[in-house]
Structures are given as structure tokens and as C-alpha cells.
Design a protein around this ligand. Structure first.
Ligand code: SF4
Length: 414
């Protein structure tokens, strides 16, 4: 039987037009989703089991052991949340308050500065629907959505015809890529590809700023000033422009100051917005949730006296300085994404992993607790990459608890 539409949680685009064929509570076919989405919706290739010290246990035993570890820890860390619903994130924040924990997520070493600037209204942003209907210039900066968010260009940013962009990509939209290599997205942009050197983003911004100010742009790398002047002209004439900022840009900039300066300059002559290319489906959701509760998006410590925030409370600094004596990892795989030395140190801390699927972190964990796959086996809400809240539906039944139920049970036992 065909059912839908469902929301795909394969990435932060949260496509909401997914249909699935279900037989005997099994998803046998997924329509509309990209390959990445189909593999997410069809479930884990290696589902996780409940284990304590490498031995299979029932879920109650695993939850009890996790509660004991957290209760006896003096400096616990709760990390992850990118692949969890908003409801789970609210619960993990409640748990962090209860056990005086540090809490952090991957935004701490990726898109965090952009999301923080948006929430503090320093960066103008818009929705993906506005992009579809209004955008005439789209810039993929240090981002390759053709691979990272495979339906981005077809759903919103380039190919669709919008209410005010009836002639679509052929005549009504200009796509530009600024990157260090000719990605698949850059290949679509033809001669509107601007190849910059590694860490050259700030210098390129300065050159573009000069061109926008009617000065001759200069770069230390081999880029024809005429090409930068041509880009400045396109941007000046734009009615509605959007920068999709990827990790390539974020990692290259030491501070957001050049980017803020550029956006302000662009907004002197046209309307320009920025949307961060968030990867995990609800990473932005965690930042919004924590911001609402504490005024900070990540790197928070719920101390006995007061809430603290700062780089010293990031997972990287906490592990590097041997502060943490237990860590609860939920909806994330930090051992696969942190720098090698930090990952090695984290692996030596007693780890509890809550996740539907096996991953590198779960393999090194003292306790693993298997949970339902959100958006497939349980419902909830999430925040899309552009800040829009989306409702996730359940597609099939499961007897596994949701992340939220597991966190509630751990809290009940502490
Ligand atoms: S683009 Fe992202 S949300 Fe959309 S179907 Fe693919 S993985 Fe799922």
C-alpha cells in the first residue's frame, strides 16, 4: 500500500513530498526521495542493539547502567542532537540541567557562527520557498548541494519555476559557485564559477567588496579583475539574491566580519540573504532550542550556581583538557567527525550512545541504547536549514523507544 506524503530526514532540506510503499510494516519502496533519502528511510544497514560492556542486554538494563554512569559523573557531557527531534532536544537540555552537564553539538565546529548571527539578527535570511519564488541570483559558496543536499537545486534554488521567476533557470536565475575546486554544482554554473585558493575566502570577499565599491579588485591569486567586476555587476543588478554558505566558507573565515560587511554592502543596492547549508536534519533545531532556553546556541555548561558559555565548553576543548569524565552521545557520531587526536581521547571516556544505527562511536561505547529512527519509526518536529519548523510523521510501527522516551527514562532513574 502506498502512503504519504512523509518528510525525509536524510538531510536538513527535510523534503516533505515523500511517498512510500509499505507491506507488512516494511518499507519496500520509496518514491521522490534522492538516493541519500531512500537509504535513510529504508533504515540502518547495521541496526544498533542494547549493550553494556560489549554484552547484549535488555533495554531496561542499558538505561539503568546509563543512568548510573551519568549520576556518578562529576563532569558529564551531552553531545550530538543533530539527528534528533526537537522534542528529544528539549529533554536532553532538561537532563543537562538536572545533572549539571556540559552540552554541545556539531555546530560548535561547523555552521554555528552563521546560525548564531542569524538568531541575533546580524545576518538577513529568508525561507527556501522565497528562494523558489523570488531569487534571481543564487550563490553556492563553499557548498556543493548536488552532492550534500541532492534535491536542493531541483526543489528550491535553481531549476524550479517560481511565482516571480516563471522563466526558471534558463532565463530568470543566475547560479554562481565560489569554491576551491570545480564541484558538480560548479560545473552547472558554467563560466559563473569562481575558483579561489584554500583559505582564500576572506581575500576574495575583500576583492568583491572593492568591485562593488567601483574600485579595481586585487587578489594575490591569479583571478582576472574583470571577472570579479562582472560578478559585482550581476550582484548589483539582482532583485533577490541568496548566498548558500557551506562548510568550505565557514572553515576558511577566521571571523564573520568580512562576510557581514559584504552582505551589508550588497544590501545597499539589492536584497541579499544567507542560508547556512546545514547537514544533519535537525542541527539547526538544537541551536534554536538551546538559544531559546539559554541565549546561546552551543557550548553551554549548566553549573550548580549559573549557566556558563564559551569556547572552553566546546566538545573539543573539554576533551582536549581532560575535563569530561562521562559522555552521552545522541544522534551523532563524533568519533567519525572529530580530529583524530580528540577522537582518541574521547574514546577513552565512558561513553553512552543512543542511536538507531551502529556507528564508530557506538562501537567504542560502554553502553549502547537502540532507539527508533525519527521520521520513520517515530514522529516529531524539526527545523529545516532555513529555520522553518517541519512536522515529521511516523511511517511504520516499531517496538523500539524514541530518543525522547529513552532520555525520559534515564532521567527517571537518576
Ligand atoms: S535532499 Fe535531503 S531531505 Fe531531500 S530526499 Fe534527499 S536526503 Fe532527503
Amino acid at each position: 500500500m502506498y502512503k504519504g506524503p512523509f518528510v525525509c530526514t536524510g538531510c536538513a532540506l527535510l523534503c516533505d513530498d515523500i511517498a512510500a510503499e509499505i507491506q507488512d510494516n516494511r518499507i519496500i519502496r520509496v518514491d521522490t526521495a534522492c538516493r541519500k533519502g531512500v537509504s535513510r528511510i529504508k533504515g540502518c544497514s547495521s541496526p544498533m542493539s542494547c549493550m553494556v560492556n560489549g554484552k547484549a542486554v535488555d533495554i531496561d538494563t542499558a538505561i539503568k547502567e546509563a543512568a548510573m554512569i551519568l549520576k556518578s559523573s562529576k563532569h558529564p557531557l551531552i553531545f550530538g542532537h543533530g539527528n534528533c527531534t526537537l522534542e528529544t532536544q528539549k529533554k536532553t537540555i532538561e537532563l543537562a540541567r538536572k545533572i549539571y552537564a556540559h552540552i554541545d553539538d556539531t555546530s560548535s565546529f561547523c555552521q554555528g557562527p552563521l546560525i548564531e548571527a542569524i538568531l541575533n539578527e546580524k545576518l538577513p535570511t529568508c525561507t527556501l520557498e522565497e528562494v523558489r519564488h523570488k531569487a534571481d541570483v543564487v550563490i553556492f559558496w563553499g557548498a556543493d548541494p548536488s552532492n550534500s543536499h541532492p534535491r536542493h537545486l531541483s526543489m528550491y534554488s535553481y531549476f524550479p519555476r517560481g511565482k516571480e521567476r516563471q522563466r526558471g533557470w534558463e532565463e530568470d536565475r543566475t547560479a554562481i559557485t565560489i569554491d576551491i575546486r570545480k564541484s558538480d554544482t560548479a560545473a552547472l554554473c558554467g563560466d559563473k564559477f569562481y575558483e579561489i585558493p584554500i583559505n582564500g575566502d576572506s581575500e576574495f570577499i575583500n576583492a568583491l567588496f572593492s568591485a562593488l565599491s567601483n574600485k579595481v579588485p586585487k587578489t594575490s591569486f591569479n583571478m582576472d579583475p574583470k571577472k570579479i567586476l562582472e560578478l559585482a555587476n550581476i550582484l548589483k543588478k539582482s532583485d533577490f539574491g541568496v548566498i548558500f554558505a557551506g562548510l568550505g566558507m565557514v572553515y576558511s573565515l577566521d571571523s564573520l566580519e568580512p562576510l557581514l560587511r559584504l552582505i551589508n554592502k550588497l544590501n545597499e543596492t539589492s536584497k541579499f540573504y544567507l542560508i547556512p547549508m546545514v547537514g544533519q536534519y535537525n542541527m539547526r533545531g538544537f541551536d534554536h532550542t538551546l538559544f531559546k532556553e539559554t541565549g546561546y546556541i552551543n557550548r553551554v555548561y549548566f553549573g550548580r550556581e549559573k549557566i556558563e558559555h564559551g569556547p572552553q565548553h566546546s566538545i573539543i576543548e573539554l576533551i582536549n583538557n581532560n575535563v569530561v569524565d562521562a559522555a552521552l552521545i545522541i544522534g551523532s557520531d563524533p568519533l567519525a567527525s572529530l580530529p583524530g587526536e580528540i577522537a582518541k581521547k574521547l574514546a577513552n571516556v565512558p561513553l553512552i550512545t543512543i542511536d538507531p544505527c551502529n556507528n564508530l562511536t557506538s562501537q567504542r561505547s560502554k553502553v549502547t541504547i537502540s532507539s527508533a529512527l525519527s521520521g520513520v519509526e517515530c514522529a516529531g518536529t524539526a527545523i529545516r536549514m532555513d529555520g522553518v519548523e517541519v512536522t515529521l510523521k511516523q511511517i511504520i510501527e516499531t517496538d523500539r523507544f524514541s530518543d525522547e522516551q529513552i532520555i525520559k527514562q534515564i532521567m527517571g532513574k537518576i
